[in-house]
Design a protein around this ligand. Structure first.
Ligand code: CO
Length: 182
């Protein structure tokens, strides 16, 4: 079982590296890591389990956050109360996006950033991502609202970018009126 302390902290330089494309077939280690990531993210969003196992609530993890510099991530999205959709996206690319941009009003979060960070992180409201699944099959996934944000946040990780990089340091709420708050 994945432990919270195994997730790299923002100070770790590996989080600043560009992860490498995955070559199929997926290794046994990668398959196991993906399972652990799904379990962590799902349990972290279920209050009793999060408390019991000391998990920080989160909906996404990129492999690099566990020290594996490969281009894949997992998002576990609670579509409705208690119903979770798992997204395992390997070698992902955004192939189209909305003009509209949004931001998380309460501030974006990240399992590697252990502090409250205020400010606006503009993201596309809708994105289409092309990627590969665990079997190396090409897939195309659409996300809107918080799911779209999660995809963009995780793809950033694969390029060594953290959400805090997008925030204007001088004026964290710059452009507030240009984007829609969710
Ligand atoms: Co993150």
């Amino acid at each position: 079982m994945l432990k919270t302390k195994e997730i790299l902290d923002e100070k770790d330089k590996r989080l600043r590296e560009v992860s490498k494309e995955v070559v199929f077939p997926l290794s046994k280690e990668d398959k196991e890591l993906i399972k652990k990531m799904i379990t962590y993210l799902t349990d972290s969003q279920i209050e009793e389990k999060a408390e019991k196992y000391d998990l920080r609530p989160g909906m996404g993890l990129a492999a690099v956050q566990l020290g594996v510099l490969k281009r894949y991530f997992v998002v576990v999205h609670e579509r409705e109360e208690g119903v979770f959709d798992n997204y395992i996206l390997i070698n992902p690319k955004i192939v189209s996006n909305s003009e509209e941009q949004i931001y998380v009003e309460l501030g974006e979060g990240c399992l590697s950033v252990n502090r409250e960070v205020e400010g606006i992180v503009p993201r596309y409201a809708r994105v289409t991502v092309e990627a590969y699944d665990e079997n190396g099959q090409k897939i195309r996934v659409r996300g809107r609202e918080e799911l779209a944000i999660a995809f963009q946040h995780e793809i950033d990780h694969l390029n060594g970018i953290l959400f805090t990089d997008h925030i204007d340091k001088e004026n964290p709420f710059a452009g507030e009126n240009l984007y829609r708050a969710i």
